[in-house]
Design a protein around this ligand. Structure first.
Ligand SMILES: [Cu+2]
Length: 503
């Protein structure tokens, strides 16, 4: 470990010698403001005084009954304790623990109260396994770190939070190095300050994609065929956030995906210019989430705020302008929430949109694999190094189950680049686009439809993250037309489809 100050720095510490607490006991109070406010005194200034012994002991003693069986760590295993207990309070500011270092006298038992003063759910996990469990914004919880004889690292286990800096360092007698505790040797976590990004539950080797893997039995691709905008001018939708295990993401891999209404991408909403969308966002996940609709012009403060599990909010907007607009979770780190599946599109038809024979929607996004069945790897997200690229949430899905057309048909592809970080160059092998609508305006063609005299064409629609549009082409003959990003390394990772034209 590095960067550990040599002075004690734990505000809010009090002394409670001999507190008979059991280690590893999470005790969420759920009562904002009920906990002791973080003070300004360093832990070691108070840890032998026992000034508020009665209060601290009562709080700790309350958890003894449930704690022992929950304890799986072993940070005190074999250590000879001093018989003293040090209490420390840790608060949250943004993506930091405050303080981020706690120093105790070697041999003391450490009990930490995590007061979640941030605006979203967090937890605190120590190397060795002791955890507060998830703590809602405004709530607090305690954990018993056991007897401290050497450095111990802690972090927030929610995907992406550790990589963003939510790391807590515990030192004994001011030493940043020393005899490793048994728990650290057992888990391999001890001292790996650079091991960012994964939650404890997500640790393990990355899943290995197999680009030749067939679609799994029973898998149904996301429906790329687009229905017309529904009648009416007010569109009411409920988007419920869930975190879904074992979602197929292509190439033989499943991941835990964070979703709107159970799918990644979320539902494609559609209306016309001037329509109103009334969205109810419900958070049935295990952490904070939120939503940001690019299709609306709103003050973001209230409607885009993060909400705790179990909460909901209403987000209304009027579609002032045509286009295909991204929506996404905007809870930090947004890159991880978006990459984990929390994105979708709102299509607002331009006035006079011409009829076509078929309409498809393809939303390109990146997939950064954690372990098989695990959550997104935040380090890969930060490095913009995806394992898979996909249209509509699963790599290669429409290559293995092609989109359909007939010769002579005019096909429109609505295309959205959801990112979170990489662009697309949307191309269909063998075809040229005679109509291109990019970010709110026709670059080629227009509402008058075919029959134009201008003979220019387009080979690719280039989109940066959060840009969208549509292209049209007439399929000339029977054949298999590859639909790709012409950023070929990304195509080869799965951002490709087949448009199968048959009689
Ligand atoms: Cu989210």
């Amino acid at each position: 470990m590095t960067d550990v100050p040599d002075k004690p720095s734990a505000p809010g510490a009090t002394g409670a010698p001999g507190t008979p607490s059991a280690p590893g006991a999470p005790t969420a109070t759920g009562a904002p403001g009920s906990s002791r406010a973080a003070g300004a005194l360093p832990a070691r200034a108070l840890d032998r005084r026992g000034a508020i012994l009665g209060v601290a002991t009562a709080g700790a003693a309350a958890v003894v009954g449930t704690a022992i069986h929950a304890w799986n760590g072993a940070s005190q295993g074999g250590a000879t304790g001093s018989g003293r207990t040090t209490e420390a309070t840790v608060t949250v500011k943004g993506m930091r623990f405050v303080p981020d270092t706690i120093d105790v006298a070697s041999g003391d038992r450490l009990v930490i109260t995590l007061e979640n003063t941030g605006d979203q759910v967090h937890d605190l996990v120590l190397a060795g396994g002791a955890t507060t469990g998830r703590v809602a914004a405004g709530a607090s919880a305690r954990l018993d770190a056991g007897v401290i004889t050497g450095p111990v690292e802690g972090w927030c286990s929610i995907a992406g939070h550790r990589a963003q800096g939510m790391v807590l360092r515990i030192t004994a007698d001011g030493r940043a190095t020393g005899a490793a505790q048994p728990s650290q040797a057992a888990t391999g976590h001890g001292g790996h300050g650079g091991h960012g990004g994964h939650g404890a539950a997500a640790d393990g080797p990355s899943a290995t994609p197999n680009r030749e893997a067939p679609l799994p039995e029973g898998f149904t691709p996301f429906d790329a065929a687009l229905a017309p905008a529904p009648a009416g001018t007010v569109h009411q939708h409920t988007l419920t956030v869930t975190e879904v295990p074992s979602v197929y993401v292509g190439a033989g891999v499943t991941q835990t995906r964070w979703t709107f209404n159970g799918t990644a991408p979320g539902p494609v909403l559609r209306g016309k210019v001037g329509d109103t969308f009334e969205i109810t966002l419900v958070n049935n996940g295990s952490m904070s989430h939120s939503i940001d609709f690019h299709a609306g012009i709103v003050s973001p403060d209230a409607v885009m705020r993060s909400i705790n599990p179990g909460e909901s909010l209403v987000y209304s907007f009027t579609a002032e302008h045509a286009g295909i607009w991204l929506y996404h979770c905007s809870t930090a780190p947004m890159s991880v929430h978006l990459a984990s599946g929390m994105h979708g599109a709102v299509i607002v038809d331009p006035d006079g949109l011409a009829g076509v024979d078929r309409e498809y929607v393809l939303i390109q996004s990146e997939i950064y694999l954690g372990p098989e069945g695990g959550v997104t790897d935040a380090d890969k997200v930060a490095a913009k190094a995806p394992d898979l690229m996909c249209f509509n949430g699963a790599a290669f899905q429409y290559a293995l189950q092609p989109l359909q057309a007939r010769p002579g048909e005019r096909v429109r592809f609505w295309v959205m680049d959801a990112g979170p970080s990489l662009p697309t160059s949307f191309h269909v092998v063998g075809l040229q686009f005679d109509t291109v609508f990019f970010e709110g305006a026709y670059q080629l063609g227009g509402p008058d439809g075919v029959g134009r005299s201008w003979r220019g064409g387009s080979q690719a629609l280039g989109l940066q993250p959060a840009q969208g549009g549509f292209v049209e082409a007439v399929v000339p003959a029977v054949g298999s037309y590859a639909v790709v990003t012409h950023a070929f390394a990304d195509m080869e990772k799965g951002a490709m489809a087949i448009l199968k034209a048959s009689e």
